[in-house]
Design a binder for this molecule. Structure first.
Ligand SMILES: N[C@@H](CCC(=O)N[C@@H](CS)C(=O)NCC(=O)O)C(=O)O
Length: 212
């Protein structure tokens, strides 16, 4: 029985893949493990009844395996690792939280209206920490091979690069060369190309959060 996955549709185009980083992490895991799957696009402003019945919190992603729907991207990714152990995408535990503050600091910065509120600085501190880590251990977080922590960070960097470029005309400083190389490697993966939302949909997804 084929695996099925319900992911976010674009906010401005309900028939097109949307911009949810948690959904993309699951799609990336399926692609990297070469699992075939059926995709359901969910318009989160108009959720279908069947989806509300299988997703307890009404959130995407949810994955169907053997007639059972599983919510939450972290739980799903762990489940896929057990069912499809090859190639292993397990991140060694000492590296599992690398980069874990980048998304939240990016969100504070992109929403900020005060250039002196420290949000840009907070993001730069997190990016510098990642750069130092990659310099010592890279090119991926756990070395030569991509692992789950990278598949979680890749969609978040995609949002960061697009949204900060669009709303703040901001780019990751050139001095963070290891981060630049990392982002380039992630975005160039075939799995990423196949599962990314178009730039205009990412921007559309941020408009109402940046200008509520
Ligand atoms: N912890 C969840 C978060 C999922 C999540 O926040 N999904 C958002 C879209 S990116 C969602 O479904 N929002 C719809 C809603 O809350 O109504 C996961 O990792 O799967």
């Amino acid at each position: 029985m084929a695996v099925e996955v319900a992911v976010k549709a674009a906010v401005d185009a309900p028939n097109v893949l949307g911009d949810c980083p948690f959904s993309q992490k699951v799609l990336l895991t399926l692609e990297e493990k070469k699992v075939s799957y059926i995709t359901h696009l969910i318009d989160i402003s108009n959720k279908p009844q069947w989806f509300l019945e299988v997703s307890p919190e009404g959130k995407v992603p949810v994955l169907k395996y053997d007639d059972k729907w599983i919510p939450d991207s972290d739980v799903i990714v762990k489940f896929l690792e057990e069912k499809y152990p090859e190639p292993s995408l397990i991140t060694p535990s000492q590296f599992a939280s690398v980069g874990s503050n980048i998304y939240d600091t990016f969100v504070s910065f992109v929403k900020s209206k005060d250039p002196n509120d420290g949000t840009e600085q907070a993001l730069l501190i997190e990016l510098k920490a990642l750069d130092d880590h990659l310099k010592a251990h890279g090119p991926y977080v756990a070395g030569e091979k991509v692992t789950i922590v990278d598949l979680g960070l890749a969609p978040k960097f995609y949002h960061l690069v697009i949204a900060l470029g669009h709303f703040k005309n901001w780019t990751i400083p050139e001095s963070l060369a290891h981060v630049h190389n990392y982002v380039k490697l992630l975005f160039a993966r075939e799995s990423f190309e196949k599962t990314k939302s178009a730039k205009e949909h990412v921007i559309a997804g941020w408009v109402h959060k940046v200008n509520p």
